[in-house]
Design a protein around this ligand. Sequence first.
Ligand SMILES: C[S@@+](CC[C@H](N)C(=O)[O-])C[C@H]1O[C@@H](n2cnc3c(N)ncnc32)[C@H](O)[C@@H]1O
Length: 222
Amino acid sequence: MEHLPVLWEKIEMIKPYKFENIYSDGKNLLTKGRPVSSEKTINEYRLWNPRRSKLCAMLLNKCKTMPIKKNSRVLYLGAASGTTSSYVSDIADNGVVYCVEFSPRVFRELIFMCEKRKNTIPILADANKPEKYRHIVENVDVIYQDIAQRNQTEIFKKNIGVFLKKNGYGIIMVKAGSIDTTAKIKDIYNHVINELKSFEIVEKIELKPYCKDHLAICVKGG
Ligand SMILES: C[S@@+](CC[C@H](N)C(=O)[O-])C[C@H]1O[C@@H](n2cnc3c(N)ncnc32)[C@H](O)[C@@H]1O
């Protein structure tokens, strides 16, 4: 792993980070939990790779607000094979993570991840159609979305409308290239921010150098 830590081998360097259930060795972030793939571990700690997880990149890029906490109920849209959602499951260890994914191929791997984690629920569904999983998902504290689709903002707003509790938070990982391949990146970001203007924008964080042309936007629902 290319960003491997200078301090990693020294467990005594691992300290609680500024957010609940997240740790740091001074350079890298870690959570405590069961390993999922080939990530490095030391005792019960799992190294979190910001190049494989946009949430980790957001947290490392001077993020001030982390709405996912120990007791959070989280709706995770675009869970893929479960890499980031496994870390969300470690953080919300006393909560629930509803993992929505529509590709049957990666969903099989997601099921393996969820089988080992009691607070995760895999849902094979299209996030465009929240009514299809309304009977499974309760109202949640946080909606986290990482879906590389042209209408990603529309999907996010639709799910917020159906599932987000009053004063809950939404985090959307905007992939500029999925929305428009010709426009300037800043213009795409501004367009998305404008589409989200009915919410309070809590933070906007670019994910470089870990993920090129991605912006994390955290909003607060009314
Ligand atoms: C960038 S990957 C997600 C990576 C994952 N969040 C992680 O960090 O481990 C985007 C995922 O969104 C899924 N996706 C795209 N459109 C979707 C939709 N409408 N409903 C559900 N999943 C969707 C894709 O199949 C893909 O697995």
